[in-house]
Structures are given as C-alpha cells and as structure tokens.
Design a protein around this ligand. Structure first.
Ligand code: DON
Length: 618
C-alpha cells in the first residue's frame, strides 16, 4: 500500500471514491493466483490497485497502483493495433476473424476450413497478430511491440525476463496452437518465431497506472494524453475497441457488456483494462482470478464504477440535446465596434436577420443534426447565421459533412453561414476549405472570434443602407465630444488641441500609463485591446472617425485601464488633462459641454457592456 498515493487520492472526490472501492473489495477473499505459468504463482494475492486516467491525461489512483506485474493478455489489443498499422485492415481481417468465440482464452478456436483464429483476443488470434508485426528480425519486431506499448503507457516499459522464461518453458498449449496455425498456413514461418514474440509481449511489466494511461490513450483516439504522442492512428482505434467489446473478456464477454458495458481486456497476472471511448481508461490490478482467468476484484471494481459513474457505453446520451449553448441575434448582441447612433438604429431594426448559434461539446452526427435542423428552421433569404465553435472540443467526419451540406443548403435559400472560432479545430477547417474549394461559388467565411464575425455582418447590413458618403475624415465640429458646442467654443478648442498621427499597429497609449490626454479621432480606426493569457490581443472596442477615446483623462485622470492601438493609419487631435482642467477657469461652458458629451459616450459604452453581460446570462 503506497500511503503517499492514498493521501493524494483522498484529496479529490474521484480519488476518495476509488479509495472506498478499494476498501470495499479488499475484503473479497475469492479467486486464486495463476499458477500454470510458474513465475506468476509468486505474486502476492493481496496486491490490489485501482487507477483511472482521463482522456485529457488526469490520473486518480489508489492502493498498489504502482506495483509491477506482467501485462499478459492485455497486450493483445495493442499488438492487434500494431498489426493493423503494419498490414492494413483487409490483410489482418483475412488472417484473423472478429467473431467472439465464446470459449476460454486458450481454446483452439479456429474457423473451420481456413483455420483462421476467430478473433485477436484469444491466444490463437494473438499469436497470429504477433506474426503480422513487421521488422528486420524477431528482436526488431519485439522492440517495435515494446516501443508501441511504451507510447501508450507514456514511459519506457520493460520485459520481465523471469516471467518470459517461465512462460516460454511451459507454453506447450500455446505451442500446440502455434503449430495448428502453421498447419493451416495462418503462420507463414516457423511458429516458434511468433510464439516467442507472443511470450515476450505477455511478459512486459506494467502497473495498473500504466494500464489506465494505455486505456486513456485509446479513449483519446490513439493519442497519449500525457505525452501527446500518437500510439495508434485514429482510424484503427474503433477496430481495436470493437474486438475488445465483443471478445476482450472471452466467454464472459456477453455478461461483461451487459453488466459493465466497457471495451475491456483482462490478463492472468491480475490486470483488467477498461475504456470509455472519448473519456477515460481504467486499470485495476489484483492477482486473484476467477475460473475464466479474470481478476475477481477487478471485475467487481469495474461493475461498481460503471454503475455508480454511469459509464456503460450504451447508456443513452443526451449530449446532442445540449449541443446548443445559446441562440441570440444581432438585435441583442453587437460587435465591439462602436457605431454611430444612426448605425445603431439600423442594426436595431434589421439585427434579427443575423442569428448567432453558440455550439458546445463534441460534434458528431446527432449534434450536427440538431444544429442543422435548428439553423435551417430560423433563417431565410438575405440573412446570416453565425455558428460559434469556441466551446466545441471536436467535430468528427460525419458532423463535418452535415455542416458543409448545411452551408450549401442555406446558400440555396439566400442565407450566409459564417463560422467563428473554427481555427481551433484544424481538421474541421481543413475539411471545410477543401470541400468549399470543390464547390463553385461557395464562399467559406470564418472569423477568429465571434466579435469579428458580428462586425462583418453589421457592415453587410449597414452597407445595404448607406448613410451618405463616408467622410473618411471628421473635423472637430463633427466630433462626438463636440456635439452641441458653439462655433466660438469650437474655435477656442481648436487652439488648445494638438494634432497627432499614428502608424498602423502603433500603440497610442498602454495600460497603466497616466490618463493625461483625451483624443478626438479625425481619421482612421483605433481599438481598445487587452492582452489575453495566451498573448493574443482581445478587442474590447473599436472607434472610428468622429469618435473619442481616452475620456478618463477628462473624468478622474488616474491611469489607463487598457491599451489603445491604431488599427489603421490614424490622425487625431488630443487635449491634455491640464488644459482641460484650465478650461474650467477660462471657458467653463466649453468644459461642461465637453464633459457632458464625454459622460454620454461613457454611459453609451456602459449600456453596451450591460447588454453584453445580459446576453451572456440569457
Ligand atoms: O498465453 C497465456 O496463457 C498468457 N500469456 C496470457 C493469458 C491471459 O492473460 C488470459 N487472460 N485472462
């Protein structure tokens, strides 16, 4: 028992639960340590460890989770995966079936006529799979097996020489199976070569923590969540998990799926590996075996885990129903670009033509079906639908097809589908780009953030109602802060402001700098930005000609609350705080007029932010 591990386990609700399971089943006296491989008989029958590893690499463990034992039959799914990688699905299926035998693991279950082993989880199939592993020599072939199992475990695994020799010297039944396979030409070479590979793969030393991580790697589509290394190509993961479901627990497979419902594999040294695809890997170790060669405590632990944590892979998931996190429209949500009152009024009127759908989770067929049904129900000609994928973890092949077809179908009815935050899903965006390129006239619109997609839609809607010529340059009289000022006051102000210009990308002021100037934007665009933890600049607002920024200089001075950057070449006037203060004495009416307008601008911004918060809450 490793006290440090148990103390850590008790630090989390999951760890605590595992510790309770360990305590509950430690009392189970049933089962015997395997002895038919003499070295295995030396195991301490009281060893008992449980470990769960999540598909994103978090590990919970308790008991003897670091106690080493040999992997035995649990090696079979990994070697089957390697055979698929080396030979391809068709050749492997030609040599080894995928039908459950319903027999014990060491039964000579061969297909009548061909002699092909019924599946790769029984010894006959596993020996045939080992024979399909490529390599320059038997040593090289075993090194490849050890290397791939180490990729799954995320650490270098080793051979237990003593168990290997013990198995090799007593493996007569397996030898018989090997020779039967040679007799049916399933093995094309001296069966001793494949048999030796098989004895070695069974004798690789692991812990139940390793098993959990190996399971998490399969659960994570073949990628080790702790190391990020690919142990198996995504396309073969389902094949490996399928034979684990149907054949992994031999003549207990039916009852296992019925009671526990997880792809799994057991080994005669007392290990059990179980996997919930997409979510987690479970490793349990206790050498006491039942008559079928499965760990007694291991089966009980998995039964409790599956029931208590609802892990059965056939349990109906309502994930699709929760795919849509929010549905909003431009009537309530706007981009961060500040709009003139006239523009804002237009967007209030026509904003309903832009609908925003925020999706979440993993998008598969059913989730994409929900999105397609919902989006196509609510959109019509000359409208826009933004699908924001910020909270989507993955989009699989089926969902990619459906969303692309949705884009085409919407275009046919005059609706433009736009994606935001799709860049985080490279496989999906690659698919969309390739599919759109094959479709004449279908424009793929993706924006890095929802804000930019909203901005683009706003400019499309506003372009339909041009507000007269875009002045491009706005004089002092046309400035928001100068609204209602008299010509005299404007003339006075003109004397006190200084002209400034900034190049595109230049910071006009940085967060924390003294708030010592207010700016009147003559031409160009500036954005208030904040640096995100990942270093990217997030836009908080964009101002255009005629608008002001840096108003805090007129209110409390203090320091700048964010950075302001020139999005384009910018020309503006600035008024220093000191001069503004002096205006209070020399031209109080001008000061009050400027202050009144500044407060109107600030309250407008506050109103917009409140709207955004409310929209987020809805
Ligand atoms: O071939 C054997 O008999 C052992 N190396 C492996 C058998 C085994 O693990 C069966 N699983 N429950």
């Amino acid at each position: 028992m490793n006290d440090a591990i148990d103390r850590l386990a008790l630090a989390s609700p999951i760890g605590e639960y595992l510790a309770r399971l360990l305590h509950k089943h430690r009392a189970t006296p049933d089962g015997d340590v395997a002895t038919y491989i003499p070295e295995l008989a030396k195991a301490n029958s009281e060893w008992f460890g449980i470990c769960i590893a999540t598909a994103d690499g978090h590990v919970y463990e308790t008991g003897d989770s670091r106690q080493a034992f040999t992997i035995q039959s649990i090696s079979k799914p990994f070697v089957y995966g390697l055979a698929l990688e080396d030979c391809g699905r068709e050749r492997v299926l030609g040599a080894i079936g995928v039908e459950p035998s319903g027999d014990a693991f060491n039964s000579i279950s061969l297909a009548p006529g061909t002699g092909a082993p019924l599946n790769p989880m029984i010894n006959a199939g596993a020996i045939a799979a080992a024979a399909l592993v490529a390599g320059h020599s038997p040593a090289d072939r075993f090194e490849r097996i050890l290397a791939v199992m180490s990729l799954y475990a995320g650490r270098r695994l080793e051979l237990d020489e003593a168990v290997y020799r013990s198995e090799r010297d007593t493996g007569h039944r397996n030898r018989a199976i090997g020779h039967m396979l040679r007799n049916f030409d399933v093995l094309k070479e001296d069966p001793e070569i494949a048999l030796d590979l098989y004895f070695r793969q069974c004798s690789v030393r692991v812990t139940c923590r390793d098993l959990a991580l190996m399971g998490a790697t399969l659960a994570n589509a073949g990628v080790n969540p702790a190391t990020g290394e690919v142990a198996l190509r995504r396309g073969y993961v389902e094949s490996v998990l399928s034979v684990m479901v149907t054949c992994g627990m031999y003549d207990y497979a039916g009852e296992w799926v019925y009671r526990i419902g997880l792809p799994a594999k057991s080994g005669v040294a007392g290990g059990i590996l179980a996997i919930l695809p997409g979510q987690l890997g479970i490793g349990v170790f206790s050498p006491r075996l039942d008559v079928r060669g499965n760990s007694v405590r291991g089966v009980k632990v998995c039964e409790d885990l599956s029931r208590d944590m609802n892990l059965h892979f056939l349990s109906p998931s309502r994930a699709a129903a929760a795919v849509m996190r929010s549905r909003r429209s431009l009537a309530t949500v706007r981009s961060k670009r500040r709009r003139s009152a006239a523009e804002a009024k237009i967007l209030d009127e026509v904003g309903h033509r832009v609908r925003i759908y925020e999706a979440q989770g993993i998008l598969g067929f059913t989730a994409a079906e929900v999105i397609a049904r919902e989006v196509s129900t609510h959109t019509g000609p000359d409208s826009f639908a933004i699908l924001d994928l910020k909270r989507v973890a993955d989009v699989d092949g089926a969902a990619s097809h459906i969303l692309f077809d949705l884009q085409r179908a919407l275009r046919a009815v005059g609706t433009t589908l736009i994606y935001s935050n799709a860049h985080r899903l490279p496989r999906f965006t690659r698919y969309l780009a390739e599919a759109s390129a094959r479709q004449a006239g279908l424009r793929l619109l993706t924006f890095p953030e929802l804000d930019r997609a909203l901005d683009w839609c706003e400019s499309q809607l506003l372009a339909e109602r041009p507000q007269g010529e875009d002045p491009g340059r706005v004089g002092l009289a046309g400035q928001q802060l100068c609204e209602g000022l008299s010509a005299d006051d404007l003339a006075v102000l003109e004397r006190f402001v200084s002209k400034e210009s900034f190049a595109q990308g230049e910071f006009i002021f940085r967060m924390g700098a003294p708030s010592d100037r207010v700016y009147f934007l003559m031409s160009g665009e500036v954005s208030v930005v904040a640096e995100m933890p990942d270093g990217r600049l997030r836009r908080l607002s964009t101002s255009t000609a005629g608008m002001s920024f840096g108003e805090t200089a007129m209110i409390d001075g203090g320091v700048r609350g964010a950075d302001v950057v020139a999005d384009t070449r910018v020309e503006c006037w600035s008024l220093s705080r000191a001069v503004f203060e002096d205006l209070g004495r020399s031209h109080p009416a001008l000061k009050i007029g400027l202050l009144r307008n500044a407060l109107r601008v600030v309250s407008g911004i506050a109103g917009r932010l409140t709207g955004e918060v409310l929209a987020l809450e809805s």
